[in-house]
Design a protein around this ligand. Structure first.
Ligand SMILES: NC(=O)c1ccc[n+]([C@@H]2O[C@H](COP(=O)([O-])OP(=O)(O)OC[C@H]3O[C@@H](n4cnc5c(N)ncnc54)[C@H](OP(=O)(O)O)[C@@H]3O)[C@@H](O)[C@H]2O)c1
Length: 349
């Protein structure tokens, strides 16, 4: 096998005009030692002595990958860096006795594609500490279709359940519904017996898709986009939000007594223009969800549940496969909010 491999690499680029991105992700062919090379400023975090070497099969394009590859600030902390917050592949060699050559593994977040070389690559060298053995029910392609977005949707569902929310609690709202986190969240909630309302900016064009995933109602996100009163008529027992901003503030304001709302994303903005009133007068819980730093036991529990509770035929429908060369274009599309469901990257294509 050749010592060279292909990957999407984020490089620093000259900002001649003083505007535009100062990083950019492109497809490059790399030598094997790229994975272990460091610099004085950024010594190699993972070495051949500490890292598990993987033959990557699939990765994906999450919103964060879109930001990284399109060169938006805030994701990639050192360059050059292989992008990709998800990796699914087979162990090639491991200095750690927990892993043997040939085992199928998945890793989401844990610094991949941010400070550590990521999964949009034919090869990877990853820390053994957050690595999860792929449940046998899930193919490599389907694991990538789930990806960070689906893993986060499951973490969000588990967070709601931990607060006592169940199918009989009442209506659950999913925002950013036609996106990756939203699509998988609807599929998981509906399969578990929840009644789900999907809020989407594409309620008309994607309404049938969202109902097929299991949403019983679809609303236009414009209903939630205007600044509103901090306490509004209650509509939701719980919500899975991936957009933040005014929409999240309105969702919190419409959540009933003792209800819970998860927050994992910022597609609509980082602000949260709310007050303490829903928390102190209705006992609403706002639950933060962070997939990147999830401890191993939580990762394993979430992936076991994803293996058991994913409707794989729907997952296949909500995912689109591309090759590495198409990743820069897919990055722009996900930032433009035009991607439906999940984008899976076959790194060998
Ligand atoms: N905390 C974590 O660990 C974690 C993990 C995964 C993802 N995230 C975050 O969660 C968010 C979603 O990730 P994703 O991979 O699902 O992205 P995605 O596939 O792009 O989905 C985001 C969806 O949000 C909606 N949206 C886009 N722009 C919007 C705007 N300006 N106002 C309101 N809604 C808007 C769109 O859905 P509609 O067209 O249906 O409205 C879009 O499809 C991102 O911010 C991502 O960084 C965080």
């Amino acid at each position: 096998m050749s010592d060279q491999f292909r990957a999407i690499v984020v490089d620093s680029v000259a900002d001649v005009a003083g505007t535009g991105p100062r990083q950019r992700g492109t497809l490059r062919t790399l030598d094997q030692d790229f994975l272990t090379a460091g610099s004085d400023e950024h010594p190699a975090a993972i070495t051949l002595e500490s890292g598990v070497a993987l033959d990557v099969e699939y990765s994906g394009v999450n919103y964060k990958d879109g930001l990284a590859v399109a060169g938006r600030p805030g994701v990639v902390r050192r360059t050059p860096l292989i992008a990709g917050i998800d990796v699914v592949g087979t162990v090639r060699s491991s200095p750690d006795a927990r892993w043997a050559a040939g085992e199928r593994v998945v890793l989401n977040g844990a610094g991949l594609g941010e400070g550590l070389h990521g999964g949009l690559s034919e090869r990877a060298l990853v820390s053994p500490h957050s690595l999860v053995r792929l449940p046998s029910a899930i193919s490599a392609r389907r694991a990538a279709a789930i990806g960070t977005a689906g893993f986060t949707a499951m973490l969000s569902l588990m967070a709601l359940e931990k607060q006592g929310i169940g199918p009989r609690s009442g209506e659950i709202l999913v925002t950013g519904a036609a996106g990756g986190v939203g699509s998988v969240a609807i599929m998981l909630l509906a399969r578990a017996g929840y009644s789900v309302t999907a809020a989407s900016g594409r309620a008309e064009s994607e309404g049938d898709y969202l109902r097929e995933l299991g949403a019983s109602s679809v609303i236009d996100r414009a209903e939630l986009s205007e600044p509103g009163r901090p306490m509004q008529s209650t509509r939701w027992a719980g919500a899975i939000d991936s957009v933040g901003g005014t929409i999240l503030a309105n969702v919190i304001a419409q959540t009933g007594y003792g209800g819970s709302v998860t927050s994992c994303g910022l597609a609509a903005g980082v602000e949260l223009p709310s007050t303490v009133l829903p928390f102190i007068l209705r006992g609403v819980n706002l639950l933060g969800v962070n997939s990147v730093d999830a401890p191993l036991a939580l990762r394993e529990a979430a992936w076991m549940r994803l293996a058991a509770e994913t409707r794989f035929e729907l997952l296949d429908e909500l995912s689109t496969e591309i090759g590495l060369a198409a990743v820069p274009e897919a990055a722009e599309a996900i930032l433009a909010g035009t991607v439906r469901g999940r984008t899976v990257v076959n790194v060998r294509a």
